[in-house]
Design a protein around this ligand. Structure first.
Ligand code: 5GP
Ligand code: ZN
Length: 103
């Protein structure tokens, strides 16, 4: 499967993991839209929120983002899931945007 985030998760493309758990990894966005822009990405290839049946994975993603924001001493931050092409999603592999460092 030609999925850029699967390749990063599987270390076929090098990336510095800022966080890792059994289900998730996090790394810096290649084209940051904030002073600090981190992507929290599922290890499993799940296309988007549309495929989920409950909130458990997204809850873990939000808590991972919170932990990273605290580590990076972010005063405040934005969290975003883009869902589907019409929702601005470009990479079809579930991820949460953590954007901060505005302070
Ligand atoms: P989306 O628009 O799908 O919600 O967000 C995808 C994000 O992935 C974009 O912000 C884009 O800059 C980032 N991105 C795309 N390709 C790569 C890559 O190869 N490495 C990293 N680190 N980020 C990427
Ligand atoms: Zn994938």
């Amino acid at each position: 499967m030609d999925c850029i985030f699967c390749k990063i998760v599987n270390k076929e493309i090098p990336a510095d993991f800022l966080f890792e758990s059994d289900k998730l990894v996090a790394f810096a966005d290649i084209k940051p839209k904030a002073p600090i822009h981190i992507l929290i990405v599922t290890k499993e290839h799940i296309v988007s929120i549309k495929e989920l049946q409950d909130a458990s994975l997204t809850a873990e993603m939000v808590m991972a983002a919170k932990k990273l924001a605290e580590e990076k001493k972010m005063e405040g931050y934005k969290l975003a899931f883009n869902v589907g092409r019409a929702g601005g999603q470009e990479v079809d592999h579930l991820h949460l945007h953590l954007m901060g460092g505005f302070n």
